[in-house]
Design a protein around this ligand. Structure first.
Ligand SMILES: NC(=O)C1=CN([C@@H]2O[C@H](COP(=O)(O)OP(=O)(O)OC[C@H]3O[C@@H](n4cnc5c(N)ncnc54)[C@H](O)[C@@H]3O)[C@@H](O)[C@H]2O)C=CC1
Ligand SMILES: Nc1nc(O)c(N)c(N[C@@H]2O[C@H](COP(=O)(O)O)[C@@H](O)[C@H]2O)n1
Length: 224
């Protein structure tokens, strides 16, 4: 399995504002790049915080890219994955429509009622007690044939994935704006690291729109 985290931050490292509403940080060229990355992925992964904040669709927007996937014998859109401990994904969420297969990763503590409702619209993966056990959930996704995973956020999920050692690559578009705010989500939130910080190797820098795209490889733990 190969896991790429992709996100857009303001120049001061924020994913969105303190209101947690979606902010268009990327310009046209970056959104096109994100669309290609989605088209090259087996699944697009988000946390339920992102679903509640943005109601994303997580589909490939370009008709030609969807056609290419069909020509290659793949579904037009990659699968969608929501990491959602207790089944808070609203039943009318855009990610639960029929544009793609959706997996909702839950824990044992997810109430039966939510579980039954979501099971009508998504494939359920159960891993962990309080929070989703990401190692187990991603292993289950791999067993379903999902090898290329693109994670789009948000900050809580991205931190947990680094903490679990599951990230292979990080792509960050740093856009030309300041959002600010101590309560605004950043690229990696959660509890944060205090030691054994994951080490990154810079793979590429590209000027894009009025910002910069940074691509990093995550160093193997054994090498750091
Ligand atoms: N600029 C960008 O590229 C993006 C921005 N965003 C922004 O990020 C914000 C949402 O991010 P967050 O609130 O951090 O939510 P999130 O999307 O990271 O979801 C976190 C939630 O996932 C659930 N969860 C279950 N197991 C977990 C685990 N092991 N680790 C972490 N979470 C687990 C928990 O309910 C947790 O509260 C929104 O404001 C959204 O607009 C989101 C994606 C991309
Ligand atoms: N790459 C990128 N740049 C931004 O500026 C963004 N705000 C986001 N947000 C992510 O895209 C999702 C929306 O997807 P759909 O257009 O609905 O398919 C949103 O939920 C964030 O994950 N990304």
């Amino acid at each position: 399995m190969h896991v790429v985290v992709n996100a857009a931050t303001s120049a001061d490292g924020k994913l969105s504002s303190r209101r947690r509403e979606q902010v268009a940080i990327s310009g046209e060229a970056d959104f096109d790049r994100v669309d290609r990355l989605r088209a090259d992925s087996d699944a697009v992964v988000v946390g339920v915080g992102t679903v509640l904040a943005d109601d994303p669709h997580l589909t490939v927007k370009d008709d030609a890219l969807r056609e290419q996937r069909r020509d290659a014998g793949e579904p037009a859109n990659p699968a969608r994955v929501v990491v959602d401990s207790t089944g808070r994904t609203p039943l009318d969420a855009a990610v639960l429509d029929d544009a793609a297969t959706t997996y909702v990763c839950l824990t044992e503590s997810a109430p039966v009622e939510q579980r039954l409702d979501l099971a009508d619209r998504a494939e359920l993966v159960t891993a962990g007690d309080e929070r989703v056990d990401l190692l187990r959930a991603f292993a289950a996704l791999q067993n379903q044939g999902l090898e290329q995973l693109m994670v789009e956020g948000g900050g809580e999920l991205i931190f947990s994935l680094f903490d679990a050692g599951l990230v292979d690559e990080l792509s960050v578009f740093v856009g030309p704006t300041i959002i600010g705010g101590r309560d605004a989500p950043t690229l990696a939130d959660g509890d944060g690291f205090v030691a054994d910080f994951p080490e990154l190797e810079l793979a590429d820098i590209e000027r894009l729109d009025n910002g910069v795209l940074l691509r990093w490889h995550v160093a193997d733990e054994a090498e750091t």
